[in-house]
Structures are given as structure tokens and as C-alpha cells.
Design a protein around this ligand. Structure first.
Ligand SMILES: [Fe+2]
Ligand SMILES: [Fe+2]
Length: 282
């Protein structure tokens, strides 16, 4: 029998704030998850807003059972030390490449570091207990972390041309293979919480359906990277998204305003404009 999870998620870090609010925006992403089994944090934003926004929306960072990192980019991991302050020790789940030295090159060929901004030893000293996975793992009954997502569509190339990593002392192209999503089994289908979906949102959805055997999608929320992936990918992604049964589409963070507006027009009935503090019950 499937384990159904009930709960609520709240966006704690995102690029957008809306309305008369005390909350702060930044280029980053974080979701606070409350379930019958406890509270979890998926990503930590870039670091400037997580604690402030958690206070604004009364989300207790001290009661977290686990912290999950979608991938090692600084805009998802930068707030980790701030959150660790609330704990003596806590498990932090992620792919081993979370600690990959990764960078892009600017127009003058200068390196711009984009990986996790802290050394593993420092984070462990202040309370992180890292638990690494490459394949899918259960977080609790009905909540899974995808593991690496295979890239099967022919149009989700992403913006990988200018990304590099250092492996075994050599500079290699960087595909952000560490980028994982959280999958929750809800009463109304699966809920997919993405970091940046560097493997492509359609690859991510197909992976989640294959993993769970459930093809009705209650919700998709998180970064889609469509804002950086070009017009062809956006058009083909929109076409492909129409083939799924989706109740809530909430593209955040690296979707960017232009792609989000396009998606809002195409998916009027299911689209929600994301912002810090936005919640979703399941
Ligand atoms: Fe991101
Ligand atoms: Fe990213």
C-alpha cells in the first residue's frame, strides 16, 4: 500500500516577494516542509534571508528533523551555517558532488566560483552530519529524494556550456548531476519539489513518475532553470507539460519572470505565481 503524506510547504527563500510583507527576497531557494512525520528543510537559500523569513512566517528552524540540499550551488546552500546555529547536530542529505569545486568563466575568462561557499570540515564542526546519496533514498515513509536524474529528452540541454568543475585535479565540464528533487506521495498524486531542475523539468517529472508508479501530479514547485535555458527549450517544455495531469504548477527562482509569465499564460488554470511565504497544503 502507498504511504500517503499530509502536510504543508512554505517557500522560505525565493527571488520574489509580493504585497505588503516583511519578508526578504534573494536569488535563491528554500522550502520549509511540515508533515505528520515532522519538519524538514529543502535547501537553504543563498544565506541572507532564511532566518529572517522563517521568523516572519513563524517556521521553527530548531524543530527540523533533517536538512536536504538539492545540489551544491551557492544559492541553495549558502544559508546552511545560519540554519545549523539552531542545532547541535543534524543530518544534512545531498549528493556527494554538493562539495564539488565548480565555477563559470566570465567574458574575460575569469573564474567565478558557484559552489557551496563553505568547507565540509567547517560545516561538520558547527553541527552538520552529511549523509550522501547518488541513487534514490527514502526520507521518511512517502517522502523520497530522487538521486541522480537521467537526461533522456532531446530538448533539455540546459545552460551547461559555461560550467566547469574540478575532478581529480582536472578541469571538466560540469553537468550538475547532483541536482535532486524531493517527491512526496499525497492523496491527490505526487508533489515534486525541485531545486533548479538542472536535468530539465520534463526529465525530472518522468523520473518521479517512474520512481513512484504514480502519474497524477498534485504539484510541481521549485526552480526550473527555464529562465536560463533558451527559447527552444521553453517552447518544447510547454508542449511536453501539456501531456501530464498536473494540479498545481509553481515555477520559482531560476524560472525568471519572462518564462514564468509565458507559463502563466499557457497554464492559467494550474499556474500560481510564486513568492516568499507562499504555502501549499497537501
Ligand atoms: Fe538556483
Ligand atoms: Fe542551480
Amino acid at each position: 500500500m502507498r504511504e500517503i503524506v499530509k502536510g504543508r510547504l512554505t517557500i522560505l527563500a525565493d527571488n520574489i516577494v509580493l504585497g505588503r510583507t516583511e519578508s526578504l527576497g534573494e536569488h535563491g531557494f528554500s522550502v520549509y516542509l511540515e508533515t505528520d512525520g515532522g519538519a524538514y528543510l529543502f535547501d537553504t537559500g543563498k544565506g541572507k534571508t532564511i532566518v529572517h523569513n522563517a521568523a516572519v512566517y513563524r517556521k521553527n528552524l530548531a524543530t527540523l528533523r533533517k536538512i536536504i540540499l538539492s545540489h551544491g550551488h551557492e544559492d541553495h546552500t549558502g544559508g546552511l551555517p545560519e540554519v545549523l546555529l539552531f542545532h547541535n547536530q543534524i543530518n544534512v542529505l545531498g549528493h556527494p558532488d554538493v562539495f564539488l569545486h565548480r565555477f563559470r568563466k566570465d567574458e574575460n575568462g575569469r573564474e567565478k566560483y558557484g559552489g557551496i561557499p563553505y568547507a565540509r570540515g567547517y560545516l561538520e564542526k558547527i553541527g552538520a552530519r552529511f549523509v550522501f546519496n547518488k541513487d534514490h533514498v527514502d526520507i521518511e515513509r512517502g517522502i523520497y529524494l530522487t538521486g541522480e536524474v537521467s537526461r533522456e529528452t532531446n530538448f533539455e540541454a540546459g545552460d551547461l556550456s559555461n560550467r566547469y568543475g574540478i575532478r581529480d585535479g582536472r578541469i571538466v565540464p560540469e553537468t550538475v548531476a547532483d541536482d535532486q528533487s524531493l517527491i512526496i506521495q499525497t492523496e491527490r498524486g505526487i508533489l515534486i519539489i525541485m531545486g533548479c531542475a538542472h536535468s530539465g523539468i520534463i526529465n525530472m517529472i518522468n523520473h518521479a513518475i517512474k520512481m513512484t508508479g504514480v502519474d497524477s501530479i498534485f504539484g510541481i514547485i521549485g526552480g526550473t532553470h527555464l529562465g536560463f535555458s533558451g527559447d527552444v527549450q521553453l517552447k518544447k517544455t510547454i508542449q511536453a507539460l501539456k501531456n501530464y495531469r498536473i494540479e498545481h504548477l509553481i515555477p520559482c527562482h531560476c524560472t525568471g519572470i519572462a518564462a514564468a509569465v509565458r507559463l502563466s499564460r499557457e497554464f492559467q488554470k494550474i499556474f500560481h505565481f510564486p513568492h516568499v511565504g507562499m504555502g501549499l497544503e497537501f
